[in-house]
Ligand binder design. Structure first.
Ligand code: CMX
Length: 428
């Protein structure tokens, strides 16, 4: 991984110089204000951290290394990992080197399997993924080197080492979880001739007639890779890693946030929502019937899964990329048709719902991803967020390797009490 490491080093040095210049000249410059609403409202909209792996523009969506979704969605996950870590796409030899490194490190340590097999049969696959990763912390090179007293400036090298070890093992781990949780537990062997995404598809062992499944998996793993720094999972991973907890601890913690229905679990919730529509209205409901169903859902106080976002204010380009893929490769199934009908109906309803309170009435990536997984024969909804997690770990690893390279300090905002606030506001 010489080339990857050299380019990560370059990026850290460049960013380090930028940060030094910014701090030297603007340390005390105000870039916004903190309101009481920020304190009480989950800090949404508060610009309070820096993340250079990716950026979410409210209108244009996700940018990775300056490339928007249409520009990077045709790449492979390995190329995206390289881009996240270095800010540039790999040349051919660097890509080959990275692929070889991942292949060399693919094997999940043996002690992980009995741990996962001994869990209760109804354990959620996200719990299994999080536990499987946590159990690999015993192999952390960073942890070992830290206990030997390596200097701070070397922290990133061993975070990168751990990151590659972890990422390389994800196809085997995630596929193994699928086989243990939903089949007879028999694992399928890794195939050295296949790439990272193809191996995941291969080891899942799903009988699918459609050869575009591996192309879809590549797209899926690319589109979910990162979504800047403040979302629940990335932020959690970052906070945990800022205490110099190794990447296994950080990734496992981030995944526990991703497992929430307002975050990564929304993709399974979306398909469940569509299934409930079909159960109640039949397999090809009309738009008017869908409209009434959505209104009923809102009136009962529930959210419409797959719609809305804390940062985006337009249709998520990742949703659009999946829609485009489905138009090219997938027959229109009843589920896919309902995804399109919901897209035609829901934004209009959410725009006026609660007097226009919903900040973003448009679909996010989760509004379609589960439906496509189902199309390719992945019928176990509970598994969907595992694939989201496999991809998002690319972002966790890149963000935290860079953070260690920049020697970013422990994250520790100050909280206040109601009494402090009331005193400050002069209302005590
Ligand atoms: N359906 C119904 N109501 C919605 C809504 C939706 N899809 N999206 C937002 N609202 C409501 C909120 O619940 C909130 O109502 P209250 O003030 O009564 O609590 C109000 O609109 C304002 O919320 P907001 O500022 O627009 O959105 P937030 O930043 O608070 O929340 C999100 C963002 C994603 C949690 C929210 O839109 C939501 O719950 N969406 C459905 C779940 C979903 O798709 N999550 C996946 C997001 C992508 C990801 O992180 O993976």
């Amino acid at each position: 991984m010489k080339k990857l490491k050299e380019n990560v080093r370059l990026r850290i040095e460049t960013q380090g110089r930028e940060i030094a210049r910014i701090l030297e000249n603007y340390s005390d410059t105000e870039i916004g204000k903190v309101t009481v609403k920020h304190l009480m409202g989950g800090m949404r909209g508060l610009q309070a951290m820096v993340c250079n792996t990716s950026y979410v523009d409210p209108q244009k969506g996700l940018f990775v290394g300056g490339f928007d979704v249409p520009a990077f969605s045709g790449k492979t996950p390995e190329e995206i990992l390289y881009l996240l870590c270095t800010g540039v796409f790999p040349k051919k030899d660097a890509l080959t080197e990275l692929r070889d490194e991942l292949a060399k490190r693919h094997e999940v340590p043996r002690h992980v399997w009995p741990l996962l097999r001994n869990l209760p049969k109804d354990t959620h696959p996200m719990t299994m993924l999080s536990m499987g990763i946590l159990a690999m912390d015993s192999q952390s090179v960073f942890k070992q080197k830290y206990s030997e007293g390596i200097p701070k400036k070397e922290h990133w090298e061993y975070t990168l080492e751990d990151s590659l070890n972890l990422i390389a093992k994800l196809p085997e781990l995630a596929a193994g979880i699928y086989r243990i949780r939903f089949f007879d537990g028999e694992l399928i062997s890794y195939a050295p001739s296949l790439d990272w995404a193809e191996n995941l598809v291969h080891m899942l062992g799903i009988e699918t007639a459609d050869s575009s499944f591996a192309d879809f998996m590549r797209l899926y793993l690319v589109l979910h890779c990162d979504h800047e720094g403040g979302n629940v999972s990335a932020f959690t991973a970052r906070v945990v890693n800022s205490a110099l907890s190794n990447i296994y601890y950080a990734a496992s913690a981030g995944l526990n946030g991703l497992a929430g229905p307002l975050h990564g679990l929304a993709n399974q919730e979306c398909l469940r929502f569509i299934q409930r529509i079909h159960d109640q209205l039949g397999k090809s409901p009309g738009k008017e019937e869908i409209r009434s169903y959505v209104l009923k859902t809102l009136d009962s106080g529930n959210v419409i899964p797959g719609y809305g976002h804390a940062v985006l204010r337009a249709t998520d380009p990742r949703f659009t990329a999946f829609l485009k893929f489905s138009g090219k490769y997938c027959d229109t199934t009843p589920y896919l048709q309902t995804v399109k009908d919901l897209y035609a109906v829901v934004p209009g309803l959410l725009k006026t719902y609660k007097g226009g309170k919903v900040a973003n009435p448009y679909p996010n990536v989760d509004a379609i991803s589960g439906t496509l997984l189902h199309y390719y024969g992945l019928e176990h909804f509970d598994y969907y967020t595992v694939l989201f997690g496999v991809s998002r770990i690319l972002g966790f690893c890149a963000q935290n390797t860079i953070a260690r390279g920049l020697n970013q300090p422990i994250i520790r905002p100050k909280s206040v009490t109601n009494k402090w606030l009331l005193d400050f506001l002069g209302k005590a």
